[in-house]
Design a protein. Sequence first.
Length: 133
Amino acid sequence: MGNCMVECTTTTSIDVEKTKDVLTQLQKYIEEHKPNWGWVSTNYLRDACIENDFERVMYELRYAVELQIQNNKKVYVLKFIGEKLGDDEEIFKILSPFMNDGYIEMLGEDGDKWRWVFQSGEMYIKYPSVIWD
């Protein structure tokens, strides 16, 4: 944890109609597991969940959200606004049942590249293969 990273591409989103379910699930997870997530205040996050403030929750998770219309429905597209890798993998496993199929592609400070892939309510990590001609 603690490596700098930047977002390259995002093709996933969260339907606006699922945001209350996201907040409920996050609040429940925080209360049951009491996680100590890097770069995130879980007390602040829990309070934002209780107040049903999805944008504030995502901002605390270090992702700004942009409201868009995709396929005739309102969705929030995520944009990484943090600096370093934290507990994103654990957090995305909690959010994955509410994420639309797609991925978030990241580039680490050492040139590492990976994708958090969301498919059918699951999240997994995929690494590219580099082939030299």
